[in-house]
Every structure is written in structure tokens, then in C-alpha cells.
Design a protein around this ligand. Sequence first.
Ligand code: SF4
Ligand code: SF4
Length: 303
Amino acid sequence: MFQINDQMKTRFAESPEQFIEESIQQYVREESANRLTSFGNDPIFEEPLVGFAAGDDPLFDEYRKVVHEEHFSPREILTRHLAETLKIENPQLESVSVVSYILPANRETLKSNELEKEGPSLRWNHTRWKGQDFNNALSHDLAALLQTLGVYAMAPETSPFFKIMVIPGGFVSNWSQRHMAYAAGLGTFSLNEGFITKKGMAMRCGSLVVGMKLKPSARPYAHYRANCLFYAEEKCGRCISRCPGGALSAEGHDKVKCYRVLYEMQAPWLKGDHGPGYIGKYAGCGLCQTGVPCAGRIPAKCD
Ligand code: SF4
Ligand code: SF4
């Protein structure tokens, strides 16, 4: 939970981008929920990355075509939040921005999952579920902090407007966190439909929409899959051989096969067949995000 004081108000007024970034960093560093309590209280996530996007960036219109026609634009979801949750009709929203953040998994967790061939390590499993609880708490508390500082703010994924829709070949949501991170300059997509950031692919991400102007971050990539060696240099494909269910190929990610691994093949992990303590709706897999050159960085070469 963030504690407000006068010094924070001054820092926010002077540089809201820096204030938000430092607040997220501090939350990740200090909150007790960011702890793997079954693993000596190691942090679940390491130092986060933070980026910003202009809410009226034309890219968000594209998302209606490439993600789903019901994908929200930042302005739409914030307006809906104000009207339906806060009961504010016709709010004056001169500017809207997106705050996106990346929570890189602890390097020890990557190492533990790297050793696995058929299903996730216990550390990875706890990172998947306890990590998402932490992520939800972060976005909620950050929105509350910004509201206290006088800015409209909401976390789309934990709002009542968020939904997951069934489409041919899988599922899609009306607020894609990875697409927000792409817009905010934090990384690009990959062969396995992951997202490769400066700190790698093994991460969870989140975002907020705020009713204020924030300086958009640069998008330092030529292409939406530029950080993946398979598209940048026509080589690698290491994630393909990591998948225990044949869900990855040169054609990309087969979501149906992937779900089969998560919900059927790896069901014994939740029953305790591979050791006690696994939690969540499914064990978590993540094999294609570890033991690969993009696990913890933007890969320079496929080593
Ligand atoms: S392992 Fe290689 S091909 Fe697969 S996502 Fe990473 S960089 Fe791309
Ligand atoms: S998450 Fe697991 S099952 Fe899904 S594509 Fe990656 S390795 Fe395959």
C-alpha cells in the first residue's frame, strides 16, 4: 500500500512519469506480497520496467483489428469506468495515457524452470499465481494512489469491464496487457506469442489508464516481432523444442494444443504427482519461456 505525503505530491507535480516509475519500483521492492513464501521469502519479481503511451495513439485503433473488435481503447475504458463505477457523466478528459509495466521473474525461478522438460517447477508455479495476485494488488494500489493525487486512474484487467472471449483457436481478452506494453515501448512479440522485453520474456505485465498527459516512451523496434530471433534473423526456434505438447512450430503458437498441455497433460502436477505444493487453476508450464535465449534478455544470438 502506498502512503501519501506532501513530498510525494511535489514529486508527482514535478515529474509524473518519474514519480510513477519510482512508485512501481518501490512497491516491487518493499511489498510483502512480492515474496515466494515457500522459497525463503525470495522476491517473486525483480526490478520492473515501466513505459507510457498516449491514450489516443492510432495504434489502439489497430488493436481492434489485430486483437479483437471489442478491444477497448484507453479513452473508452476510462470513460466507461468514470460513468459506470464513479457515476461521472461527460467527464472532461483532455488527455488520456497508459502506464504499462513489466515484472521480470526472479532469475532463480528461471533457472529452476530451465531444468524442467514436461511441466513447471514449483517456483514457476508459485510465480504464476502468487505473482498475478501481486500484480493485481500493484495495479489496484497504484490506481488508488493516483486518484488520491487528483488523477482519474483505473486498472482495466481488474475492472468489471474486462472480459475474456472465446474465438476460433483459443481465447482473447478485450484488454491485452502485452499490446499495452508494446505501445509503451517495452518490447515485442515472439514466435511463441510471448513478449520479449529488455529483461526477457519470463515476466508478468500490467497496465493502468490515467486521465492525464504523460510523455510517451519511444518504441525502439522496427517491427512488432523485432526482438525475436526467429523473425529478426530467421534463426533460433529454440522455444519449439522446449514445448512438451507440440504447440509451437515455425508457423507459430497453436493455442488449442497449448491449452491441452496446461489443462490435461500437466493436470498431474496439481494433483501432487510431481511433488506437493502446486497451486492454481493449472500448473503454469512456461517451458518455452525458460531455457531459451530470450528468457532473461533481448537475445543477440541463439546460443
Ligand atoms: S526462443 Fe528464439 S524463436 Fe523462440 S521466442 Fe525466443 S528468440 Fe524467438
Ligand atoms: S506454455 Fe508450455 S504448452 Fe504452451 S506453448 Fe509454451 S511450452 Fe508449449
